[in-house]
Ligand binder design. Structure first.
Ligand code: SAM
Length: 213
């Protein structure tokens, strides 16, 4: 997701109390940042933050961190927090590749990937968030038996994710090629912005839940 450049967006988020600026200094100290010991769930590539905001609103006993690389998109998430602030949600504007510099071993209880960029060229496979390279980074920051939950309407990307899961030795907890018609897996589902858009067009949504080995 890349919105047209919004003048002043970068400056606005650099001054926002909802965006953690010194995020590498928080490594190992996120519980202090939130002021409690609640589990921390993160979304990598949150876009405008609809999914993570709604999760945080419904689950006050869980702490959330939304990660997104584009200022113009983080800006939209910040605007939502300014309208209705939540104490258990922060944002970071960063590239996901740096994630192990931001969270310590075992500091994150769950990772969400939603409608991640497909990077269709083979030579860019390592940039795909469900790649085994990223799973390796995620394993470093997750708690023992921590989960990654991934949703997409892109069947090629989902097939790739299934292969990478196997190669990386993660445990399959559940998966579906049509989330919205899977009674068990759709229960409590919170729609992302892209999920609303693509399911309205009739695209089936794929989802897996995998566990760190
Ligand atoms: N998760 C949202 C949803 O489902 O509606 C947004 C999906 S959008 C297609 C993917 C988002 O991930 C974009 O906003 C993009 O900028 C962000 N993104 C992709 N790769 C990223 C990376 N390596 N680090 C941080 N953000 C990334």
């Amino acid at each position: 997701m890349r919105l047209r450049n919004i003048p002043g967006a970068r400056e606005h988020i650099e001054e926002s109390i909802y965006v953690v600026q010194d995020y590498k200094e928080q490594k190992g100290h996120w519980a202090e940042k939130f002021g409690n010991q609640n589990p921390i769930y993160i979304e990598v590539g949150m876009g405008k933050g609809q999914f993570i905001y709604e999760n945080a609103r419904r689950n006050p006993d869980i702490n959330y961190v939304g990660i997104e690389k584009f200022s113009s998109v983080v800006f939209r998430a910040v605007q939502k927090m300014e309208e209705e602030p939540l104490p258990n949600l922060f944002f970071i504007r960063m590239e996901a590749e740096e994630i192990t510099e931001v969270f310590a071993r075992g500091e994150v209880a769950k990772i969400y990937l939603n409608f991640s960029d497909p990077w269709p060229k083979d030579r860019h496979a390592k940039r795909r968030l469900p790649s085994k390279e990223f799973l390796g980074r995620f394993a470093e920051i997750l708690v023992d038996h921590g989960h990654v939950e991934f949703k997409t309407d892109n069947k090629d990307l989902f097939d790739f994710a299934l292969e990478q899961r196997e190669e990386a030795g993660w445990i399959m907890i559940a998966h579906t090629f049509d989330l919205h018609h899977n009674a068990e897996m759709v229960e409590g589902n919170i729609m992302t912005e892209y999920e609303e858009r693509f399911s309205a067009k009739g695209n089936p949504i794929c989802k897996y839940i995998i566990e760190k080995p």
